[in-house]
Design a protein around this ligand. Structure first.
Ligand SMILES: Cc1cc2nc3c(=O)[nH]c(=O)nc-3n(C[C@H](O)[C@H](O)[C@H](O)COP(=O)(O)OP(=O)(O)OC[C@H]3O[C@@H](n4cnc5c(N)ncnc54)[C@H](O)[C@@H]3O)c2cc1C
Length: 574
């Protein structure tokens, strides 16, 4: 087996991974920093797909306290308040870094200030953007800087296991499959940043990039780490319905469309959101997704089973100018967003839950740091649109700073648990030794099950059914093989590994959803429709060991503000 050594190993090249790599390198240029990624650096992951933009309190009249309160209230008082505070304060620093040090160009007002647009669920227009394709600007500049510094890259390297030291004291490295050859590669590291970006691709309709299959979360579970808030899966209300069998179905039509005045019509042509929430289409994502789903269940749908988004009343020329990327995306699929009606459906978009971590991006395992969508606690029950890329870039940078400081005192690369390396290779290679029997039907069953029973509307019967059925699917996958094909770029094998991870994480989501008997943000229980007592809010915790899960709750610490109060009150009276 090929073995490599590095000081700092970063898993993933999204906003979190690249910021971690750049900050670690800049903090300590003598360190060897390696970015390992399942795809090609700069070309994969969800940060590149960011459309709407980046939340940051910059404008006169806005404040970080206001951004913080929107984040806490949007998250239904479940966010970890210290993490949320780090997000809103760090976003100001990071946006200046993106512009002034990394060279991003964001849209500006005629007076030269940054243009900030409206996003749903926020009390101020604070979303910085580059048209409606903001992520390409961010990730291109980050990739250029990574290349310019000569940071080492392992592309098309899929991380499959986090390997602790032989004495168990800290992390010792990561096992990979080099996707180009299919051979295992072990990278020893003094510290690792986990930034593989979650990705709820286990649902029938989903938005994230195809390389995302919750690999980081699955690896964290297998390592014994605790995940929090796993029941909190965000559905974006407006995924494109482009017809079955197209890769475009589920892809997101950005929130700014509704923020700027776009509205939703059911199959009967009724603007139904107006009767469900005083904010109408500008309500938070969970509320709008539930509204659409309810119309779908009631059968008031458009021809392909969704609802329509209408933008034409805002003026076709204006829509084309403001939402060029969205208009072109729809046109590619034969739809006229600027002047006509486009069919949309809620689509699984983001996981608020993830690895427990602290404000220094440390996890419970020494030497393992985490940032971005792999982590839990920043957003609580609901992520505000625009807080995702802020999260990944803010905490990615922090992880880079912290990992460099850690490595300075971490001592030599620890000796890995080689028995575990061998066991993990055997686990991954097992399907290669079994006859191939096609896993696509299994994936379809997983996606249907998660959509129907662990989706936008949940209840005890459906969740209990899902828990049992997911365990069965997991056992069935264990019988499936991919034999008879070459290891090099063996996408069937990687699909098997993707599905294995998605199943493990789906089992965690279903159990956490069954445990939470109230309705908060993205998690809606039809049998417990009320939001529980805010003052005693608790978040779910789930861990995996010896093939079984343990689920529990821990109270939210209201370190900065308690339910019923607001940081803005303090600001106003000051
Ligand atoms: C269509 C779309 C639009 C969005 N729009 C917005 C928006 O307007 N505003 C906003 O705030 N947020 C938005 N988001 C959310 C935002 O993209 C994410 O919150 C954020 O980019 C996540 O960053 P990340 O670095 O954690 O993960 P990613 O950017 O997804 O990066 C993950 C990286 O890990 C790699 N990886 C995965 N598995 C492995 C493995 N096993 N081994 C090695 N590497 C691996 C991937 O290839 C990728 O490079 C959007 C998301 C989508 C899908």
């Amino acid at each position: 087996m090929i073995e490599r050594t590095t000081d700092v190993l970063v898993l993933g090249s999204g906003g979190a991974g690249l910021f971690a790599a750049l900050h670690a390198f800049d903090a300590s240029p003598s360190l060897s920093v390696t970015v390992a990624v399942k795809g090609l650096l700069g070309k994969c992951g969800c940060t590149r797909m960011v459309q709407g933009g980046y939340n940051v309190a910059l404008a006169a009249g806005d404040s970080i306290e206001r951004h913080f309160m929107d984040t806490i209230e949007g998250g239904k008082w479940l966010p970890d308040q210290d993490l949320a505070w780090r997000l809103v304060t760090g976003a100001v620093e990071r946006i200046h870094e993106l512009e002034n040090e990394l060279g991003c160009f964001f849209d500006r007002n005629p007076d030269g200030t940054l243009h900030q647009k409206a996003f749903a669920g926020q009390t101020f227009d604070r979303t910085v953007h580059k048209g409606d394709l903001t992520g390409i600007e961010i990730i291109n500049r980050l990739a250029e800087q990574t290349w310019a510094r000569g940071i080492a890259r392992l592309e098309e390297h899929r991380a499959v296991a986090l390997i602790p030291a032989r004495d168990g004291g800290r992390l010792a490295g990561v096992l990979f499959i080099d996707m180009r050859s299919g051979e295992p590669v072990f990278v020893r590291a003094r510290a690792v940043v986990l930034a593989t970006g979650g990705g709820p691709t286990m649902y029938r309709y989903h938005t994230p990039s195809g390389d995302k299959s919750c690999d980081g979360l699955a690896m964290a579970l297998r390592l014994g780490l605790t995940l929090r808030d796993m029941e909190m899966v965000q559905f974006h209300p407006t995924g494109l319905l482009a017809g079955s069998g197209t890769r475009m179905t589920g892809t997101v039509l950005e929130e700014g469309l509704r923020g700027s005045g776009g509205y939703l019509l059911n199959g009967a042509g009724e603007r139904f959101m107006a009767r469900l929430d005083p904010r109408g289409e500008r309500a938070t994502r969970d509320v709008v997704s539930r509204g659409i789903f309810a119309e779908m269940r009631a059968g008031r749908t458009t021809p392909n089973g969704g609802v329509h988004i209408s933008m034409g009343h805002l003026g076709a020329a204006n829509v084309r100018r403001q939402f060029k990327g969205m208009v072109e995306r729809c046109a590619d699929c034969g739809f006229d967003l600027a002047a006509g009606l486009v069919e949309v459906v809620p689509t699984a978009h983001y996981m608020m839950g993830g690895v427990e971590f602290d404000t220094g991006c440390r996890t419970a395992v020494a030497g393992l740091f985490a940032a971005g969508e792999d982590t839990g606690g920043v957003h609580g029950a609901n992520r505000l649109g625009g807080n995702g890329v802020a999260n990944s870039t803010v905490f990615g940078g922090i992880a880079g700073d912290e990992v460099a400081a850690y490595v300075a005192h971490a001592g030599a690369t620890p000796e890995p648990d080689r028995a575990l390396v061998a066991a993990e290779i055997a686990r991954c290679e097992a399907p290669l030794a079994r006859m191939g029997n096609g896993i696509e039907p299994l994936r379809e069953r997983l996606q249907a099950l998660m959509w129907d029973d662990v989706g936008i509307l949940r209840d005890r019967a459906g969740l209990a059914r899902a828990v049992g059925e997911l365990d069965t699917l997991h056992e069935e996958l264990g019988q499936f093989g991919v034999a008879g094909s070459d290891r090099a770029f063996n996408l069937t094998w990687h699909d098997w590994l993707n599905l294995d991870n998605l199943l493990l994480v789906s089992r965690a989501i279903a159990r956490a959803a069954l445990a939470r008997e109230d309705s908060r943000g993205a998690h809606f229980r039809e049998d417990f429709p009320q939001t529980g007592e805010l003052a005693t809010s608790a978040f779910t915790r789930i861990a995996y060991a010896d093939g079984g899960f343990t689920t529990g709750f821990a109270p939210v610490a209201f370190t900065r503000v308690a339910p019923g109060t607001s940081l803005l009150d303090a600001q106003r009276s000051a």
